[in-house]
Design a binder for this molecule. Structure first.
Ligand SMILES: NC(=O)CC[C@H](N)C(=O)O
Length: 360
């Protein structure tokens, strides 16, 4: 079925709809990974966004039900050049089109994704509508005006507390590191990396109060990745303020941004974000470069007082990691759990666990 991608700047791309065909509005972003579409579709940080894959052939290894980063697809729409629904992989269980149908997500193929990406790089990310209908100018405007991602983290967070045991059998209970995780839409592999290292996780909903997190006797409070603009989350930032200095705190991506805001730093929207699995980051402490997986549209634009930069992006020199000079607080902007992407920065999970051993 013929469909259109209508951008906020008025440009229109024509293609074919697939997946669940229903008009949708979202923020159009691009991801430069050659593979990993399944992890991208299910990464809750993409909630509210329509993801364009810059790699031209998508779907050729199908979808399996083991590699998902959360239980359902979270993107608002999926934009590809050429879709393959005749996958060839021993792990494939379902084709891309069928999966998106099941998940109620619209896709569009036949799009000149190279030209779309150039528009987003030059003008910055913008809203878009994917539709198979003929929309009037007024409908289009109404769709754009209806888009609001302010409460996205509450949509993707767990609704009730959940306990996940370590993934090492027969652990001596005294060796178990217990971590309270504030869930803003965590990627499963962040938790798996911690559990494989002997951590017991207690997942808390995004609106949990600091008092609850401080009273549960855990060794570390961990702030997860998640969708949306960190500046919208003033209530959560207030709770984070109350925790820092009382317990070790670590964070990834949105979690890193929230720590910066809680400690008096600032965040800002990047023109077109960092999304892909080939982003070079330097660990300044080791003078070593790692190729990292990233998915963020905002960054820490002003470091809070008493923090030092631990990691920088070698593409645009933005802050990719920071540590408090005296308190046990450490966070990174990129994704050490990869999924998709290179796993070479997984040493950071060992650092988070070292942080958890500090008693305050
Ligand atoms: N992966 C994330 O946690 C993303 C954080 C934030 N929503 C951003 O886009 O910058």
């Amino acid at each position: 079925m013929k469909a259109k991608l209508i951008l906020e700047n008025g440009q229109v791309f024509e293609g074919r709809a697939f997946g669940h065909i229903a008009t949708c509005v979202g923020e159009v972003v691009f991801n430069t990974g050659m593979t990993g579409y399944q992890e991208i579709l299910t990464d809750p940080s993409y909630y509210g966004q329509m993801v364009t894959m810059t790699y031209p052939l998508i779907g050729n290894y199908g979808i399996n039900l083991e590699d998902n980063e959360s239980q359902t697809a979270k993107v608002r729409g999926f934009i590809v050049r050429e879709r393959c629904d005749d996958s060839s992989n021993f792990r494939a269980e379902i084709e891309l089109d069928k999966y998106l149908k099941q998940q109620n997500i619209i896709g569009i193929d036949g799009i000149d994704t190279r030209s779309l990406t150039k528009i987003l790089r030059n003008s910055g990310t913008m809203k878009g509508i994917i539709t198979a209908e003929e929309l009037s100018a007024e409908d289009i405007q109404n769709y754009f005006e209806s888009f609001d991602n302010t409460y996205a983290v509450y949509e993707v967070s767990v609704k009730e507390k959940e306990i996940l045991p370590p993934l090492i059998s027969d652990m001596d209970p005294k060796d178990i590191v217990s971590i309270s995780v504030m869930d803003f839409g965590v990627k499963r592999n962040i938790l798996t990396n911690l559990r494989k290292r002997g951590c017991q996780i207690t997942l808390y909903p995004a609106d949990t109060k600091a008092e609850t997190l401080l009273s549960d006797n855990s060794d570390l409070v961990f702030l997860t990745n998640g969708p949306g603009d960190p500046e919208d989350l003033t209530e959560i930032v207030n709770e984070v303020k109350k925790i820092i200095g009382k317990k070790p705190v670590a964070g990834i991506c949105l979690g890193h941004q929230l720590i910066a805001l809680a400690m008096g730093g600032s965040t800002e929207k990047l023109k077109f974000g960092h999304r892909g699995c080939n982003h070079p980051v330097k660990d300044i402490r080791k003078n070593k470069v790692y190729i990292t997986s990233q998915n963020h549209g905002y960054h820490v634009s002003k470091l809070p007082e008493d923090f030092e930069i631990t990691h920088i992006s070698l593409n645009d020199e933005s802050v990719e990691g920071m540590k408090h000079k005296t308190l046990p607080v450490f966070s990174v902007q990129f994704h050490p759990e990869a999924s998709p992407g290179p796993v070479e920065s997984s040493y950071l999970f060992d650092e988070f666990i070292e942080l958890a051993k500090i008693k305050l």
